[in-house]
Design a protein around this ligand. Structure first.
Ligand code: NAI
Length: 249
């Protein structure tokens, strides 16, 4: 079994919610973990909590020009990148006809284009080593139709397609690419979407056979599995971690 010691992972949006929980699992399992986000203060606090196996880099991933520089900086400081978790994402709940072109584009920029741009730069490096693991994060919004999240749904459906396209092209070269589709997980993002909308929350719980929201650490466990050697024959999958929500009646 390969060891995690000396492995280096990047987690985007790693200072909060699901990204932070993935970072916690990685650090607990000896993976050097680099969290990337926009807010220096939040990054600093998260880094302090995660300890010496964590480093942080500040970058707004919507600035696509900054992405190659970010990857170069990480490689010059840490020497390698073995794992990339494309976790950063934004949501917006709004009636279909109220969504402006700018809002739609902004969600696609963060949730799709920046994921592509960062993956491309990291893959250039992984190809030199002939190995790597990439984990994308989609959503129940790409498993079935959810009203009032048109741009988010388009973006997360794109992520699942990109996962398969990347997996077929990159797996022969040693890079596994997988996706986790979280169900409804207790974070700031889901609180914003559900807490002022009891009807939606009841609907979510009503079709979740396990009857409760998931915890960010549930996604952390799945990401750790996909990232490390135990999943060495797993590529191109979309793994729902959802308490059964995607198959619920
Ligand atoms: P969150 O809002 O707590 O975390 C998202 C992180 O991404 C934040 O740290 C934010 O600063 C960062 N981020 C956003 N835009 C960025 C940018 N331009 N540059 C750098 N960092 C940026 O949300 P949560 O819930 O932890 O979500 C994480 C991922 O999981 C997202 O991709 C989300 O779509 C997905 N997800 C969440 C679910 C939930 O129930 N919470 C369900 C399904 C998917």
């Amino acid at each position: 079994m390969e060891t995690n010691k000396n492995k280096v992972a990047i987690i985007t949006g790693g200072a909060s919610g699901i990204g932070f929980a993935i970072a916690e699992k990685f650090v607990q399992n000896n993976i050097k973990t680099i969290i990337v986000g926009r807010d220096q203060q939040k990054l600093g606090d998260a880094k302090n909590k995660l300890g010496e196996l964590c480093d942080s880099f500040s970058c707004d991933l919507n600035d696509l020009n900054e992405i190659p520089k970010l990857v170069s900086k990480i490689i010059s400081k840490h020497g390698q990148i073995d794992i990339l978790v494309n976790n950063a994402g934004i949501n917006m709940k709004k009636e279909f006809t109220e969504v402006t072109d700018e809002e739609f584009q902004k969600i696609l920029l963060t949730n799709v284009t920046a994921v592509f741009a960062l993956s491309r730069e990291v893959v250039k490096h992984m190809l030199q080593k002939g190995k790597g693991s990439i984990i994308n994060i989609s959503s129940m919004a790409s498993q079935y139709g959810i009203p009032k999240v048109i741009a988010y749904t388009a973006s997360k459906s794109a992520i699942e397609g990109m996962t398969r396209a990347m997996a077929v092209e990159l797996s022969p070269k040693g890079i596994r690419v997988n996706c986790i589709a979280p169900g409804f997980i207790a974070t700031d993002m889901s609180a914003k979407a559900l807490n002022k909308d009891p009807e939606r929350k009841n609907k979510v719980l009503g079709r979740t056979p396990m009857g409760e929201l998931g915890q960010p650490s549930d996604i952390g466990d799945a990401a750790l599995y996909l990232a490390n050697g135990e999943a060495k024959y797993v590529t191109g999958i979309v793994l729902p971690v959802d308490g059964g929500n995607s198959i619920g009646f």
